[in-house]
Design a protein around this ligand. Structure first.
Ligand SMILES: [Zn+2]
Length: 178
């Protein structure tokens, strides 16, 4: 029997990221076994005053292109999902980045991955000035990074006892330009 899934926590000095259990569960289903194609999609969630939560992901769609060593998420396929989530949540559930699977044991973003997420941040019109990149490895291993203007920083897995500052339940005030 698989272990019950819990929320995952990732952090560096300034950032705290929670990946909700429901999302971890989906990641498990798409783990890439040797010989499988890569899978992936987008990350959706909420930005709070002192942390971020990834609450929903999209899974591969028919417009995506994928092979054993690449996953190219279709813009056309994802945009309606992003818009719908945003509307339904009154503007709180937003696009937070990208995820895809790797099958190698040494989990690290490829040079294409680094270009993709950097370009994503530069080219997407957004209210946030960062994006997350999650690479899903085999056997519940993950590489989690945050792309900002300064670059892509890896976040480290942490257990809840390491987080002494309580989570602030207030949504970050995001101002939307019409
Ligand atoms: Zn990759």
């Amino acid at each position: 029997m698989p272990e019950p899934i819990e929320n995952l926590r990732y952090s560096n000095q300034q950032d705290r990221l929670i990946i909700k259990a429901k999302v971890v569960n989906s990641f498990r289903k798409y783990e890439q076994k040797t010989g499988d194609n890569e899978a992936g999609g987008i990350l959706l969630g909420n930005v709070y005053k002192n942390h971020t939560e990834i609450t929903t992901i999209t899974t591969p769609g028919r417009l995506d292109k994928f092979g054993k060593l690449f996953f190219i998420r279709s813009k056309k396929g994802a945009q309606p999902r992003i818009n719908r989530a945003w509307k339904k949540s009154y503007g709180t559930l937003i696009y937070l980045g990208e995820w895809h699977t790797h099958s190698e044991a040494n989990l690290t973003p490829s040079s294409e991955d680094k270009i993709m997420i950097k370009k994503g941040l530069e080219e997407t019109i957004m209210e946030i000035d960062f994006l997350y990149l999650i690479i899903v490895g085999q056997n519940e291993t993950y590489w989690v990074g945050k792309q900002t203007k300064e670059g892509l920083i890896e976040l480290k897995s942490q257990d809840s006892s390491a987080w002494t500052t309580p989570l602030n339940p207030d949504i970050w005030p995001i101002y939307w330009a019409d």
